[in-house]
Ligand binder design. Structure first.
Ligand code: ADP
Length: 753
């Protein structure tokens, strides 16, 4: 864009800003004069049109003449040695103090070498206001103050305060660039009568790329009066190159119309700015505004420049210290979380117990936890139904276990329906170790940003239309970030990833430990089974002997015994019978652990019908109401499963006093994908008190007298449990609605044990 036109005639398109040329304006500000000389022989090639007023000769007369003639031999000698010391491509330096002569005031001369040229800038000296002290002590005192600062914001605040103290500007702000070069005012020192800009955001276009590039190369930029008439260079193009002079480093460089209009709309008449660099890159800037035009004495500018340089050097270490502090805080939160995970008996309930700490682990507005079907939230998140949909979508789209988006709706349009509560999402997936997600949300950035001005104030129309007013800037910024949360930073995304990996590591280690325990347990079970098998097998033989002798005695000597002795003998026979029964049960139980299962697909409806027939014929009163099925088809060992049903149905009829006995065999379909169906046998019998509901599955455990309810060895349920567990399932008892017991069991959906 041509920056020379008068502001009123510019047709302005803000998207052009990144293409505009700011370093070759061909004009300067009028508060000084400029000469361009060939470095080799100090012959003047270009001069600003105002040399007559400032230097006492016409620009046309200057061309082709040596500086010795124009400024005097002594000055030229000083400039020659200045050039000998000066390397090319660095910013301007104080070159000499030009004494007054006829037709010329005293002048401060600054010079810099570029492309074989010596560029000299002449300004009238202004005195430091009384009472400020000498610039060196001011800077060293300010630097001492900066050294004790802990955080970046505090540090920038101290810097802007020092700059304002030095210069007396109405408002001094520190502006920090984000990764996309939009910016935010993070520190401010101002006259109370001047509007605050603290915390305001500005789109990247407000400081366009070319302006940023020039800024990063100059430690100080001053526009004492934005309402100036620019002064052209004569001739416009440099005769050596045939191109406009590269004025990247010129102090007097003409400011573009865009820049001055923008400043005017800020209510400022004067601007001074210094870059804050980190590792040579533009990190931010210190900007000074004043209501009225003003000039800043050279020595004070030098002091500010030095301060900006020291601040830039210091910035990296302050920022690193701050990020280190953040990192330490996060790592101690992580330790706390992992310790909680280690202590928790059930890892899938751990995130719910640790919800508060998890929520604070990343800077966010809300956290949602999903484990299986359970969802819980902290702070501002979508509602549960929308979360369930979102997690389903994440399940389908997750590849890497981590999902981070500033604007979720860009990829998930349904997010628009909860844009008022959550816009940015950072989620980690813990599958298969834990069945779900941890998700941090950020609300729309616009909602969380403080706008210091009055948002209802109408847009001020500057000479360039509605663009380039602070209010417009805010609106353009809002347009740019609509539907987005504050961007997730790399350290935040890394912290989420590290948390995910550490949790998974812990769970993996825990899984391995459990596998070892299980292997150990199953080895012990096997041992116990073979012991029970051998013991019961070996006991059978002597027991058979006892039985045989007792029987023999009863037959042969029965008549010789008195009735008392006969009773004792038949008692012996009964006990031997009973012991035989117990040994049989034990043998049977040990066999379940030892024998191979024959797994096939079985229609449980057929199996239950068969079992009901067997059970009913065994139970004296078979006039029970039996409701069978429907039941699923499952993979199992048919013989063993038949025994499960026979046992459960027999018990349901046996432990039942109801005049109308009712038994229902049915199933509940899986609660969630991947879970097994629950098969149950429900009766309206005597029920089981809660405290015995686990004990009834113990071997030889009966809740009643030996002969009550038709007697029994107390082995049936132990056998049933063993069969179910060998199928990788679980069995438990619940009370039936309206009284009685409901025995429920599952078989493993996948592998069997
Ligand atoms: P048994 O029937 O041989 O005593 P079980 O192992 O089958 O042995 O049952 C253990 C105990 O559990 C029974 O003695 C009884 O007290 C209780 N029990 C089992 N099934 C039922 C049921 N359906 N209703 C009430 N109590 C039951």
């Amino acid at each position: 864009m041509g920056a020379e036109q008068s502001p009123g005639t510019i047709r302005f398109d803000p998207t052009d800003c990144d293409r505009m040329v700011v370093h070759q304006p061909g004009q300067i500000q009028p508060h000084g004069a400029l000469l361009v000389a060939r470095a080799a022989d100090l012959v003047v090639l270009q001069a600003s049109a105002n040399t007559r007023r400032r230097l006492g000769f016409d620009p046309g007369d200057a061309q082709g003449r040596r500086l010795d003639d124009l400024l005097g031999h002594l000055a030229a000698e000083v400039l020659r040695s200045f050039l000998a010391r000066e390397s090319s491509d660095v910013g301007p330096r104080y070159a000499l103090d030009l004494p007054p002569v006829e037709g010329r005031e005293r002048l401060d001369v600054t010079g810099h070498a570029r492309d074989g040229l010596l560029i000299l800038e002449f300004e009238e000296p202004t005195a430091i206001p009384p009472g400020l002290g000498d610039p060196y002590s001011m800077v060293s005192e300010a630097v001492r103050g900066l050294q004790s600062m802990q955080g970046v914001v505090e540090f920038c605040q101290a810097t802007v305060e020092a700059v304002r103290r030095f210069t007396g500007f109405d408002r001094v702000i520190a502006y920090r660039f984000a990764a996309d070069f939009s910016g935010r005012v993070i520190a401010e020192s101002r006259d109370p009568g001047f509007d605050s800009l603290l915390d305001q955001r500005f789109p990247a276009g407000d400081v366009p790329r070319p302006a940023r590039e020039v800024m990063a190369r100059n430690w100080l930029r001053l526009v004492p009066d934005i309402d100036y008439e620019p002064v052209p260079l004569i001739p416009r193009d440099n005769p050596l190159t045939g191109r406009p002079l590269d004025m990247s480093y010129c102090l007097l460089r003409h400011a573009s119309g865009v820049c001055t209009t923008y400043l005017r709309n800020f209510g400022t008449a004067c601007l001074m700015t210094m870059p804050l660099l980190r590792g040579g890159e533009l990190w931010g800037m210190v900007t000074c505004h004043h209501r009225r035009p003003r000039t800043v004495p050279f020595a004070l500018r030098a002091a500010c420049e030095l301060l900006a340089q020291v601040a830039s050097l210091h910035l990296a270490s302050i920022e690193d210290r701050e990020t280190m502090g953040e990192r330490l805080k996060r790592s101690s939160a992580r330790d706390q979380l992992l310790a909680g995970l280690d202590r928790s008996a059930d890892p899938s309930s751990w995130p719910f117990d640790a919800a508060r700490t998890l929520a604070g682990y990343l800077p966010s507005d809300g956290l949602a936890i999903r484990m299986g079907e359970r969802i819980e939230t902290v702070g501002s998140t979508p509602d549960e139904a929308r979360l369930a949909d979102l997690f389903r979508w994440l399940d389908q789209h997750d590849r890497a276990g981590l999902f981070a988006r500033d604007g979720l709706e860009d990829v998930y349009p349904e997010a628009r329906s909860f844009a008022d509560r959550a816009c940015g999402l950072l989620a980690i997936d813990l599958k298969p170790w834990l069945p779900g997600w941890l998700a941090w949300f950020r609300r729309e950035q616009v909602e969380t940003v403080a706008w210091a001005g009055d948002p209802r104030k109408p847009v001020e129309l500057g000479p360039m239309g509605e663009y380039l007013s602070p209010r417009r800037s805010f609106e353009r910024w809002v347009e740019a970030v609509r539907g987005k949360g504050t961007p997730w930073t790399t350290p935040e995304v890394d912290a989420a990833r590290i948390l995910r990996e550490s949790v998974i590591d812990r769970l993996r280690a825990r899984g391995q430990q459990q596998d070892r325990l299980l292997a150990d347990l199953s080895a012990r079970k096997e041992e116990a089974d073979s012991f029970a098998y051998m013991a019961s097998h070996d006991l059978k033989e002597p027991l058979r002997g006892i039985h045989r002798y007792a029987h023999f005695l009863a037959e042969r000597a029965g008549t010789k015994l008195d009735p008392d002795e006969r009773d004792r003998l038949s008692g012996l026979l009964r006990l031997a019978d009973r012991m035989g029964g117990l040994i049989e049960s034990l043998l049977h139980l040990s066999q379940i652990g030892r024998l191979e299962l024959e797994i096939r697909e079985c229609d449980l409806d057929t199996l239950a019908a068969e079992a009901a027939e067997i059970a009913a014929s065994r139970v004296a009163d078979a006039r029970a109401e039996l409701e069978l099925g429907p039941l699923p088809v499952l993979s199992c060992d048919r013989g063993w499963l038949l025994e499960v049903f026979v046992n459960l149905i027999t018990n349901a009829l046996k432990y039942n006093d109801s005049p109308q006995k009712r038994v229902q065999v049915g199933h509940r379909p899986p609660a969630a994908a991947g879970e097994p169906p629950i098969v149950f046998v429900r009766d309206n019998g005597i029920g089981i008190p809660e405290r015995h509901r686990e004990a009834v599955f113990g071997m030889f455990r009966r809740l009643h007298g030996r002969e009550a309810y038709g007697g029994g060895a107390g082995a049936g349920l132990a056998i049933v449990r063993k069969i179910v567990e060998r199928h990788g399932g679980r069995i438990w008892v619940e009370p039936s609605p309206g009284g009685g017991s409901t025995f429920c069991f599952t078989l493993a959906p996948g592998g069997l044990t």
